[in-house]
Write a protein that binds this ligand. Structure first.
Ligand SMILES: *Cc1c(COP(=O)(O)O)cnc(C)c1O
Length: 379
């Protein structure tokens, strides 16, 4: 089956009688018929909610279908999902190569928690590509990728990095939230663990927090074991909502991506804009890599303003009326985020003078969004 058909049919019994969607079962405890059953549950029977209830199983199976994964583990947030992938990938003390454009809370985990596990984080240029081979040492245990990167949207040469890692026996983890596992499949490109925040495009309605990790073979078993160890679990209500989002992911992503690219092009031509950081633009230094790895763009990108510093950038954001001011993205509604106060880069210093604004484009009419942007930029 093709990707869009899998997205609809995975995690649903084919042509079975009964409700279309797995019912929400709310339970901590699932009773057994006898003591013998309690300790040897028959195939598929659960005894406790951490083993997963119906909507959790359906969501897991649907995500396995999306990634072509042997296993998907759910986590209570996207951050918890990335952390679960990192813990599954790193088995011994040593060092870890972390992409410099990594999502900020993951950077904090790497800086504060990895050293306590005997692992030193080393940040690398998102555009390192095959040159990552020169950075891999005897002690390197993991390479963390995020493509495109948070806030600045650099595209990584994922197959080249995965290949260099594999040649040295180093595990790879990617934060795949932007593509939602849909616009690109990192497992097909050779990455060991694909983590994403389902809070963003999969949830899609700004009403739940969740993450997942997808993997194949032995890696899938490792993630499942670590999810059990750390008690990573999500509520059946949230699993139901995430699955509902997943069923319409393709049409929402298509619209957000199309409107986003349209607005990115118009912004690029606007006199108040110095640069648009969007990998699907022909002007992007990453455009060739983008076209090779992604089937289409998502709707999240950034803009560097011309002659206007961080304070004035915040004034532009405040002047917008249709864009909510918020830290998230990937919902049905458009958002703007002034980024300068949170941008941290150590491997490749950030040299732009103008304010950095990130946009998440939602499902509104693109002409209304453009009118709002023009008005705020002109103010
Ligand atoms: C939001 C986000 C996360 C974390 O997701 P939560 O569900 O909010 O914990 C991780 N990675 C990226 C790239 C994100 O944008």
């Amino acid at each position: 089956m093709k990707r869009d058909t899998r997205l609809i049919h995975a995690g649903r019994p084919a042509r079975a009688a009964g409700p279309v969607n797995a019912p929400v079962e709310r339970a901590s405890t699932v009773l057994a018929a006898s003591s013998a059953e309690l300790y040897a549950p028959s195939q598929g029977q659960r005894t406790y909610a951490r083993g997963g209830l119906s909507p959790n199983t359906a969501l897991t199976e649907a995500l396995e279908g999306l990634y072509g994964a042997d296993g998907v583990s759910l986590a209570p947030s996207g951050l918890a999902g990335v952390v679960l992938a990192i813990r599954s990938a790193i088995e011994e003390p040593g060092d870890a190569l972390i992409v410099d454009s990594v999502y900020k809370p993951v950077r904090r985990f790497c800086d504060e928690e990895l050293p306590r596990l005997g692992v030193t984080p080393r940040y690398y240029d998102p555009r390192a590509g095959a040159g990552i081979a020169d950075l891999i040492g005897e002690e390197t245990r993991m390479i963390l990728l995020e493509s495109p990167g948070s806030l600045t949207f650099e595209v990584q040469d994922v197959p080249a990095i995965a290949k260099a890692a594999k040649a040295r026996g180093v595990a790879t983890v990617i934060d795949d939230t932007w593509s939602a596992g849909y616009l690109m499949n990192p497992l097909d490109l050779g990455v060991d663990y694909a983590a994403q925040s389902l809070t963003k495009y999969v949830g899609g309605h700004s009403d739940l927090l969740m993450g997942c990790v997808a993997a194949r073979g032995e890696n899938a078993r490792r993630v499942a074991a670590h999810a059990q160890l750390y008690g990573a679990h999500v509520s059946p209500d949230d699993a139901f909502m995430a699955l509902r989002g997943l069923r319409t992911l393709s049409v929402r992503l298509e619209r957000c991506g199309r409107s986003g690219l349209d607005l990115a092009r118009r912004l690029e031509a606007h006199p108040a804009v110095a640069r648009v950081l969007h990998p699907a633009l022909e002007s992007s230094p990453d455009n060739a890599l983008f076209k090779k790895q992604f089937s289409a763009p998502a709707g999240c990108f950034s803009v560097v303003l011309k002659d206007r510093g961080p304070r004035e950038g915040e004034a532009v954001a405040d002047a917008l009326e249709l864009f909510g001011l918020g830290f998230s993205w990937g919902g049905y509604e458009s958002l703007v985020l002034p980024c300068d106060r949170q941008l941290v880069r150590t491997a490749v210093p950030w040299r732009e003078r103008g304010a950095l604004l990130r946009f998440s484009i939602g499902l509104e009419d693109v002409e209304d969004l453009w009118a709002d942007l023009e008005r705020a930029l002109g103010a």
